[in-house]
Structure formats: C-alpha cells, structure tokens
Design a protein around this ligand. Structure first.
Ligand code: GTP
Ligand code: MG
Length: 201
C-alpha cells in the first residue's frame, strides 16, 4: 500500500472527544519510550508527524493521524513510566483503556515491545487484558537495529516461548526498526488487508 497523504487530525484527552466519523483506525500502544510515535512517523515517512523524544512520557493524549483520507493511525501515551505520580498513571490508564474498549472504529491494536528486553510482566499483563477484552491485536518488536540479527531471532523465540505458556497461538508478529525503516511494507500490507476486508465485508 502506498501512503499518499498523512496528516494530523486531532489530539483528544478522552475517547468521547475523538473524531466523529466511522473510518477504521489502528492504534499503537506499549511502554513509554518503546518507539510508538517513531513507528508512526516511519510508516508515514514523515519524521515530524508524531512528536518523539529520547525521554519517556512524551505522548500524553490520544492522537489521530488521517492516512490517505481513509483511515487513521492512532498514537497513544505509553504505560509503565516509573517517574509518574499515581494520579497521572491512573489518569493515563483510564484514557488508554477507555479508548481501547470504547472505540468501535478501532480494528486493530499494535502492541509494541522492545526487542532488547526479556519479556516484561507489564507487557504480558497488558496483552492478557487485550485478549480477555476480545480486542484484536498484533505484536510489533521495535528497535531491531540495536541488536545483531541472530540476537533478534533469539529474543523473538524467547518471547514466543513465554507467550505460549498462556496463549494457544501467537498473534501476528512483526520485526521493525524505525531507524532503518524495517518492517514498513509488512505492517502496511497487514493494515491494507484489514482495510480491504472491511470494504468487502
Ligand atoms: P512515549 O510517547 O514517551 O510513550 O514514547 P514512544 O513510545 O512514542 O517513543 P518515541 O517514538 O518517542 O521514541 C523514544 C526513543 O526511542 C527516541 O529517542 C527514538 O529516537 C528512539 N527510537 C524509536 N524507535 C527506534 C528504533 O527503531 N531504533 C532506534 N535505534 N531508536 C528508536
Ligand atoms: Mg510517543
């Protein structure tokens, strides 16, 4: 799929204030600093579309970006940032979960995982919550440029083994690097397939 246009639409503090239309949308979630905003920019080929930062906690609202005037990429705040007050953690958690559970147009959530880390409880818990809530999702490993190809394969395998302790099968999984633009075609093809099936269904 070709991305012809990618434009910022709106930032919303809660699901009830998100765009009032029925275009399908794809949201990106994961720990703070995992690379959600960078991945959206890599897909859109526009480094200035979503705001990124080397320090965690940059994205604090639900951000809609309209692609080809037909569908949305949605950038969400990250979870698991230690330097947040309890109140702020609760507020963001409610924003994220309220959006995911309440947004009918949300057709797929991409859960981003840093390929360098061992499976983290906070990610596994979030993935289990998505499963229990019946939300379709795929897994996206980020920052693959930071490891050797062999280590990427090994860490992915270790993650799968961990997931398969509780899951019957793996969700669709992608290996990406926003730095090297890896995984772009695969992710866009996946999104395109869903968009086409929605049109035909
Ligand atoms: P929050 O909005 O704070 O939750 O973070 P985020 O998940 O949106 O992360 P963001 O895209 O802002 O990236 C965080 C840092 O990781 C930035 O310094 C990025 O340059 C870096 N980064 C993101 N993706 C990659 C990648 O694929 N490779 C490398 N080497 N660095 C990356
Ligand atoms: Mg961000």
């Amino acid at each position: 799929m070709e991305i012809k246009t990618a434009e910022f639409s709106i930032s919303s503090p809660m699901v009830s204030m998100c765009p009032n239309d029925t275009k399908p949308e794809y949201a990106f979630i994961g720990r703070s600093n995992v690379g959600k905003s960078s991945l959206i920019n890599m897909l859109a080929r526009n480094k200035k579309l979503a705001k990124t930062s080397a320090t965690p906690g940059k994205t604090l609202l639900i951000n809609h970006f309209i692609i080809n005037k037909e569908w949305y990429l949605v950038d969400l705040p990250g979870y698991g940032f230690a330097k947040r007050s309890k109140k702020e953690v609760a507020r963001l958690d409610q924003m994220i979960r309220g959006y995911i559970l309440g947004r009918d147009q949300l057709v797929n959530v991409f859960v981003l995982i840093d390929i360098r880390l061992e499976p983290q409880a906070i990610d596994l818990e979030f993935i289990n919550w998505l499963g229990l809530s019946g939300i379709p999702f795929a897994m996206v490993f980020t920052k693959c440029d930071k490891l050797s190809a062999a280590k990427v394969v090994a860490n992915r395998k270790a993650y799968e083994a961990k997931m398969l302790e509780t899951w019957e099968e793996m969700p669709p999984t992608f290996l990406t690097s926003s730095e090297k633009r890896e995984g772009r075609e695969e992710l866009l093809d996946y999104i395109d397939q869903i968009n086409q099936s929605l049109k035909n269904g």
